[in-house]
Each structure stands twice: as C-alpha cells, then as structure tokens.
Write a protein that binds this ligand. Sequence first.
Ligand code: UDP
Length: 395
Amino acid sequence: MAPKGRRLLVLFGTRPEAIKLFPVLARLAGDERFAVRVVATHQHRELLDGLLGPDAIRADHELAVMRPGQGPAETAARTLAGLDPVLAELSPEMLLVQGDTTSAFAGGLAAFYRGIPVAHVEAGLRSRDRCHPFPEEVHRRLLSVVADLHFAPRERDAEHLRAEGVESSRIHVTGNPVIDALRAIRARGLGGLERWVASEQLEGRRMLLVSAHRRESHDGPIAELCLGLRDLVERFPDLVVVFPVHANPAVRRAVTPILGGLKRVRLVEPLPYEAFAEAMARASLIVTDSGGVQEEAPALGRPVLVFREVTERVDGVEHHAARVVGREREGVVKEVARLLEDEHAYREMARPRDLYGDGRAAERIVGGLLHHFGLGERPEPFRSPSGPEAAGGPA
Ligand code: UDP
C-alpha cells in the first residue's frame, strides 16, 4: 500500500547533521501528514545510535560512501551515484538536507538533477571567505542556489539569502535545531562523561574542553593549538584539558606527539553527543573550531574561544560570548590565560544566552514544510536577540 502523507526524504551523513536533524525527525515521526524516509550517506554508527535510538529513528537506506583517506571530490561523486537510485525508487516530494557538508551539498545536487525540490536546514550562513571553512563555505553557497526552501537560523542568515536573490517567500527564520537537540539531550540527565573522564580528575579543577577537526587546520594549526594547550597546563596547575580527538588520522598525528601522556590532559575518543553535552556544561571554557559548538556554548553560558581566522557565527562575538583567537599558539595561550586570570572578563562571557535558537526550531521547520505543501499557516519566525539591527553592525 502506498504510504499516506507527503513523501519526505531526509539525508544525513556526519555527526553535526544527525545532531541537528534529530529534533526535526523526532517531530516528523508522529505526524501522519508526512511519510518520512531517512537516508544516511556515512556509517557513524557509534556516534549516531545514541541519538537515533531507542525509539529507532533509523536510516532506511545507508549509502556507505566513506572510504579511508577519501577527499571531498570522491565523497561528492559517491553520494551523487549512491543517492540517485534511491531518489528514483522513492520519488520523494522533497529532500531535506542540513548544513554544509559534502554529502549535504551532493545530496541536494542529486535531487536537483531529478527535479526533486530541496529543503535546506541551516541556510544562509556566510563567512564571506571561500576557503574558511573549506570546503563548507562554498557548499553553503551552492546549496542556496539548489534549494527551493531555506530554513535560516537567524534573520541575518535570511538577509544573506535575500541579498543573493532568494525570494522571501521561500525563507523561514527558524533558530538552529542544535539548540533543540542540546536541550533535549540535557533533559535526559547526565551523559555518561564519567566513562571517559573520572570525576576525581575534574574535582576542584577548572576544565578546558577542546574540539578541533577542520580540514584547513590539519597541516600546522592543530599542532600550534596543542603547543598552546601544553603551555597552559604547565602554567595553571588547576587546569585539566579534555580533548576528544577526531578520528581523522591527520588530526591524531598532530595531537598525540605533543599532548600524549601529559598529566592533566585527557585525550579521549570522540564522545557521543550526550557525553559531549555534559562535558560542555561542566567545562569552565571551551576552545573549538566547530560550528555547532560555537552555537551550543553560549546557550550553556560557557565562554567559547574560536580557533579560526573568521567565523560565520558572529553573534557570539558581538555579544561577548565568543572570541576568535586565530590559529596560532600565542593567541590561544593569551586568550585562555586572560579568562583564567581575570574573573570579571570571565563572568562577562559566561552568561547563558539564546543567541542561536530558542529550542523551537524543529517546530518551525516542520511548520515551514507544512506551509510549503499547503497544509498549514506560515510559522512565526525566530527572533534572535542579535539580529543585525540589534547588533548595529554589518551581517
Ligand atoms: N560533538 C560531539 N562529540 C564530540 C565533539 C563534538 O557530539 O566529541 C558535537 C558537538 O556538540 C556539536 C557537533 O558535534 O553539536 C559538532 O560537530 P563538528 O565539530 O564535527 O562539526 P561542525 O559543527 O563544525 O559542523
């Protein structure tokens, strides 16, 4: 029997896509107006299962496009080739993709080639530097050309889209579903961080949580970061660094020789989301090159130092929740030390703020889909406390 409801195919590959789409999938799951299928491009089982179970929002199709050492060209090619027959078989009325990964971009393109409309979650982010983050900034821009429906987290992202010629009627300002995800996962209670970092190691100490994986940081900058972290644990005897090290061999080759075996540095495997969320909440401060973490940290009131040259998440910077520290040892040491030594500066950055979402993004995204299909009213937009008008600066 043919499924009832509008045929929606949701695609994800990597951890951030799964995290940001799981609130949307959870909301779609009980809604008979949709017949939802899920396609995963990668196998990240250990990271995704905690999110997708136990009520089993499982991938209906797995494309298994990843090969060791594979570059973006091959990921894109394999995604296009793998997804096309799935699109042909299911003929969805819409493909939903999230963010700026190679798989999201190639998935959107595959749907476009088949004349299937594309909805893009986290649309309109721009760093204005094509090489930072690489290749994500270009994927974002290309997806905005391919997509029919754009779910922009903030009004400033919607403005970027309008400036590029996207019609307002196709844009919904929703907030970022990562904030929905963070709230949902924290509401479940502790996340099992204890399995990776014993409580005694943290007691009476200040914890610096680190995440770094960006492709453009592999050759050189990650080693600089590690040298800075080594300086910091030598200088601050109450500091513990917790660093879930990305599985990419290039990251591991840079990190282990500098930080391996150091006292008060815990190098751990990438953490499941619930454990990482607990780590963020327990950290005194966070150093990261991640996009998602820049959004989550201010919601938890944790100062975030951005290990990059530029960021598209400027709200955090404008509202003194984040600082861009560049990609050199000195910048990291200087800014972390400043926050560890200057209580006033620390407190100024450590106020919880809803800059990127209010926990209702999934509701607005599903509302936007219903509106697109003529099944509902246009949802009210998310009003960020940091629109360009509020911040008084350029988008
Ligand atoms: N994250 C996680 N485990 C980790 C490190 C990060 O669950 O060990 C989460 C983090 O909270 C955020 C997302 O993964 O929601 C960010 O993923 P990543 O840094 O890979 O990508 P980006 O946000 O830069 O696209």
